[in-house]
Design a protein around this ligand. Structure first.
Ligand code: CU
Length: 106
């Protein structure tokens, strides 16, 4: 079957064990930590860890950007956000600030 045209959904996992520092050493606190998508696409983050995490636009140094914020995503739960505007979006976990990732929207 041909892949349907139009907006796509991309999956990012929050792996088990990320509530303890270490994942940042190989950029694996969100996997994949960096993704490139098209405007209008949706990213769905799945929390595969046993701890709650957030997906918060911004960076630990600068704080939340206000563009998107999952608030607490419980173990096993999902958070989805649709990126309608092109740009480069960094994000992090408010609970565990060593967890960082980015979404590039073309
Ligand atoms: Cu976290």
């Amino acid at each position: 079957m041909k892949e349907p045209a139009g907006p796509q959904t991309h999956k990012v996992s929050i792996p088990a064990g990320t509530s303890t520092p270490g994942c940042e050493s190989n950029n694996a606190c969100y996997t994949p930590a960096s993704i490139t998508i098209n405007a209008g696409d949706t990213v769905t983050w799945n929390n595969a860890d046993t701890a709650a995490h957030t997906v918060t636009g911004g960076s630990p140094a600068d704080g939340p950007s206000g563009v998107f914020d999952s608030s607490l995503v419980m173990a096993g739960a999902d958070y989805a956000f649709t990126f309608n505007d092109k740009g480069s979006y960094k994000y992090f976990c408010m609970v565990h600030p060593w967890m960082t990732g980015s979404v590039t929207v073309n």
